[in-house]
Design a protein around this ligand. Structure first.
Ligand SMILES: [Mg+2]
Length: 403
């Protein structure tokens, strides 16, 4: 960015009560004196302005002292504090080559959380470029944009951060490479049972049919990845043989959506995302949710029904872990979305391949296998917290809801 013979560089920092016209009157002085602007960054927190400007004086002289004096006078007039540091050598300008977005979430974010996380960053020589609060009300979510000029291994930093975060109950942390792709995701594929909804439908059906305990035990082991998935689902569906089709409506009518599901889906749809449900659950329920939430795609398992009664068999290929990943890929291809721009959300062992394949795999209140396969593991109450990972604030959500 600089020429071969840079002139004197100075970092000017301004703090004080924000008011209209501060930035304009200061930059007007720089303009008048022909000072080159190398970098500028401003933020306002609770009415307090913080502005930093990196400037460069022409090599051929010019009256640096006079310009700085003018700036100081103007600052005094405006009632703000202005400091400057003459840079030895060349100013280190922010580089966009190795930036990371770190999202911190907790019911209540505390100083000890931020202290622990920033200590890891300091140890790893990662600089914090900006910090902003994403939620409204009490402090529960912040996003740090960090950068480093050294070649660091993001996986190592991430491991360190996760380890530290693990010491605090209720604290979630997500580390993502900060680039255009982070905010330009276009397709979300979601698991249904225990992700979009709070129950495992097959367990609910089984309870109605008096085989709840038997089925529930198998489901739990299947979701933890302890059983062969295809075999386990055939076995469980077999136990439902004879269940009347009409009872499925009873379960469908009472399905509890996960808190925030509605906000997540409505917001993403308004932002132009395509949403797909990819589930090992059953079509009756998938279709019900598709209608209720306006989902673009639904892929589920199909129960065979004869004379209004479940036969205990499945129709067609089973939607298992492999199939889930394939479906993500084929929907992305159909929508012309690169995998980099996809998000997968799931909780079970059968979501692992889909989570790995997506540009951003999110384990939501997930079992261990899914958590370790995902790019980010979120254990918050609401699905809407996933929006924070995309840098979407509560204010944005509210704004979008108006359209
Ligand atoms: Mg699930």
């Amino acid at each position: 960015m600089n020429g071969n013979n840079p002139g004197k560089q100075v970092i000017v920092t301004i703090t004080g009560k924000d008011a209209p016209g501060i930035t304009s009157s200061l930059t007007e002085i720089l303009n008048r004196e022909g000072v080159r602007l190398l970098d500028i960054e401003q933020s306002v927190t609770h009415g307090l302005l913080s502005l930093s400007i990196v400037i460069e004086f022409a090599e051929t002289g010019g009256d640096e002292a006079a310009v700085l004096k003018d700036l100081l006078f103007k600052a005094k007039e405006l009632g703000i504090t202005l400091d400057f540091i003459v840079v030895e050598g060349e100013a280190v300008l922010r580089s966009s080559s190795t930036q990371f977005a770190i999202t911190l979430m907790s019911g209540e974010l505390q100083a000890r959380h931020v202290a622990a996380i920033s200590a890891v960053l300091a140890k790893r020589r990662v600089n914090i470029d900006s910090i902003r609060k994403l939620n409204e009300g009490g402090l529960s979510c912040i996003e740090l944009i960090t950068y480093t000029n050294s070649e660091i291994d993001i996986a190592e930093v991430k491991d360190d951060l996760l380890k530290v975060a693990g010491r605090f109950s209720g604290l979630d942390i997500a580390v993502q490479r900060e680039n255009l792709f982070r905010r330009a995701k276009r397709l979300v594929v979601m698991d249904m049972d225990s992700t979009l909804i709070q129950v495992e439908v097959i367990d609910e059906l089984a309870k109605l049919y008096g085989v709840g305990r038997q089925v529930g035990r198998i489901t739990e082991r299947a979701m933890a990845g302890e059983l062969d998935y295809d075999q386990s689902i055939r076995e469980r569906v077999g136990l439902l043989k004879g269940l009347s089709e009409s009872r499925m409506k009873e379960v469908a009518d009472q399905i509890p959506l996960t808190p925030g599901a509605d906000t997540l889906i409505r917001t993403l749809k308004r932002l132009g995302y395509k949403i797909a449900l990819i589930s090992g659950g059953f079509s009756y329920f998938g279709n019900h949710l598709q209608e209720k939430l306006g989902l673009h795609y639904v892929h589920t398992n199909e129960l065979e029904i004869q004379n209004g009664v479940l036969t205990g068999k499945l129709l067609g290929p089973i939607v298992n872990a492999e199939r889930k990943a394939e479906l993500l890929e084929s929907i992305a291809a159909e929508e012309g979305v690169p995998l980099e721009s996809t998000i997968a959300i799931g909780d079970g062992a059968n979501d692992v391949l889909m989570l790995k394949k997506a540009g951003l795999g999110i384990a939501f209140n997930a079992k261990k296998k899914a958590r370790s396969a995902a790019d980010a593991a979120i254990n918050q109450k609401t699905l809407a917290s996933i929006l924070y990972l995309l840098g979407i604030t509560d204010k944005d959500i509210e704004e979008v809801s108006k359209y």
